[in-house]
Design a protein around this ligand. Structure first.
Ligand code: FNR
Length: 377
């Protein structure tokens, strides 16, 4: 009974997300907070496009480009078909690919074969397994092994669970679970990434995660796929419309995470000077409502190590009934975006993403400065 609930929910999420994109966000002309961030153009770039590198990394994974396929789905026939299309795109573009929550595989043995098949059909794809924060180390190891994952994403989705009638309502113990799973998988050499699902993260949350041993966070902010709207559409009898603007934008969430990174780096430098202690680096992924190359380059300039996209890839791989056509379209999109990212770096006068972070000047709107002052001054 519970399993069939999960299955129909997974298919509902994909269907309603697609409807949602048609009506709202992800339309390139939709206004987003990041639009008000403006690069200062560089009329003397002194860079040849041929010398520009797009390489980056997070959680120990090397990336050819600063973006990757973020978590969505799996475990039903429709979801498995979407995952196979995404895996083809991941294979052709050498992109890591996050799977949607695999708790369905923990709970229902019938769903496992499709995951194992996906991993064996795409041996070169670096899959990221995905589970909620309530799961045990044993379950985490199980889903990682099922797909030979290179990392585990642990999703934090309290706002989504609250609006799901069948959702979890007891959120105690997550931090301790995250600590146990991060330590345990760390001993196996599998990094953990903790992510939100579209409501963003505060500096307090990021600091708590770092204290629990986490080295990579994905802020997954507001501005793209909105699970309050999706759950409202699934359940006509409830009204959570007052929560539709819940969450922190991806831009603000990234600034929050950056604040923690800077604080910790200062502390680390201080400790290293004082005691010769080695510290820890925090990798930050920006995601939530990312629409294309300009958004990607902006989030990296602000400090993100990489950028995750779910909605954009879901739309691309379902743009045609024909799998070959849809996959070819998605691969062409990645190739085009790669060129655009390189173009942007070139005209900004930087040869690499570290240079972009260190040197590209930009301005943020006064509303964002006021926000930062209130939060951190
Ligand atoms: C998601 N997302 C998600 N995240 C996660 O960690 N586990 C999951 O199972 C799912 N499921 C899921 C299903 C569907 C259909 C979508 C579109 C998304 C959330 C996703 O990874 C991401 O955080 C948000 O969608 C915000 O990014 P975009 O979609 O605005 O790029």
């Amino acid at each position: 009974m519970y399993d069939s609930h999960i299955s129909s929910r997974k298919d509902d999420h994909v269907r309603l997300a697609q409807q949602y994109y048609e009506q709202n966000a992800l339309n390139p002309r939709t206004h987003a907070e990041i639009d008000a961030m403006q690069f200062i153009p560089n009329a003397l770039p002194e860079v040849s496009r041929a010398d520009v590198s797009r390489e980056t990394s997070f959680a120990g994974l090397a990336l050819e480009r600063p973006y990757f396929i973020n978590a969505m789905t799996g475990g039903t026939p429709r979801a498995n078909e979407i995952n196979r299309r995404l895996a083809r795109v991941a294979q052709e573009t050498h992109s890591p690919m996050a799977l949607g929550s695999m708790s369905i595989a923990v709970k229902n043995p019938d769903t496992r074969a499709a995951y194992a098949q996906l991993a064996s059909d795409f041996p070169d794809v670096r899959f990221l397994a995905n589970l909620g924060a309530e799961h045990t180390l044993e379950s985490a190891r199980f889903v990682v092994d099922l797909v030979g994952a290179k990392a585990l994403q642990i999703h934090l989705n309290a706002a989504q669970e609250i609006v799901m009638p069948e959702g979890e309502k007891d959120f105690r113990g997550w931090t301790e679970h995250i600590r146990t799973v991060t330590e345990g998988l760390g001993a196996d050499g599998v990094p953990v990434i903790v992510k939100e699902v579209g409501f963003g993260m505060s500096a307090e949350t990021v600091a708590q995660l770092v204290d629990a041993g986490v080295h990579t966070v994905d802020v997954a902010g507001r501005g793209g796929t909105n699970f309050v709207q999706i759950e409202n559409a699934r359940n006509a009898e409830q009204d959570f419309s007052y929560l539709e603007d819940w969450g922190l934008s991806t831009l603000r969430s990234l600034l929050e995470a950056m604040h923690v990174r800077e604080e910790r780096e200062e502390l680390r430098a201080h400790e290293e000077r004082a005691e010769g202690l080695g510290g820890t680096h925090l990798d930050i992924i920006a995601s939530g409502g990312v629409r294309g190359p300009l958004d990607i380059v902006k989030y990296v300039a602000l400090g993100a190590d990489a950028v995750g996209l779910s909605a954009a890839f879901l739309q691309a791989v379902t743009a045609s009934e024909d799998a070959d056509e849809a996959v070819a379209g998605a691969v062409a999109l990645v190739r085009a975006w790669d060129e655009h990212v390189t173009n942007l770096l070139t005209i900004l006068g930087v040869r690499s993403l570290p240079q972009l972070r260190a040197r590209a000047p930009y301005v943020l709107p006064e509303s964002v400065h006021a926000y930062v002052r209130q939060r951190f001054a």
